[in-house]
Design a binder for this molecule. Structure first.
Ligand code: SF4
Ligand code: SF4
Length: 131
């Protein structure tokens, strides 16, 4: 499994975690993992996709996943890798830079995330490697 796939799997596990599914000791461990993830990431996106479709074609959950991943790992090598992965894994027409700030996604997000604001930050963060 690739590093990216592992990150996606871990984030899904943490985001979809439900109380009562695990033994008490497992819940304690999972709560620690969840707290760690939440302390690092910027957008608490579950990847549910309810915000889609976006009229501008932005893949909102994918962009937010990549945005969070950038902050998940420390060290310049990890940051550089995040930049590269963004441009490999997100098609140009689905990138955050295409957001029109129309606001249609806002009312659909069960997490009440400020999606256009996060996408603007995502576009700024990853624009340095534009081809
Ligand atoms: S605000 Fe941006 S991401 Fe949200 S629906 Fe409009 S164009 Fe798409
Ligand atoms: S609806 Fe909200 S939580 Fe779900 S994928 Fe979209 S931004 Fe993330």
């Amino acid at each position: 499994m690739s590093n990216m796939a592992q990150v996606e799997e871990n984030l899904a596990l943490v985001e979809n975690y439900k109380e009562g599914l695990f033994r008490p000791e497992d819940e304690i461990a999972l709560n620690k993992v969840r707290a760690f993830f939440l302390s690092r990431i910027k957008a608490d996106c579950s990847g549910c996709g309810y915000c889609l479709p976006c009229p501008a074609g932005v893949d909102i959950p994918k962009n937010l996943l990549m945005f969070n991943q950038y902050f998940l790992f420390e060290g310049q090598d990890a940051k550089d890798l995040s930049h590269k992965l963004y441009h490999i894994e997100v098609a140009t027409e689905k990138m955050a830079k295409n957001c029109l700030n129309c606001g249609e996604c806002l009312e659909r997000c069960p997490q009440s995330l400020a999606i256009p604001d996060f996408l603007a930050q995502t576009a700024d963060l990853f624009q340095t490697l534009e081809s």
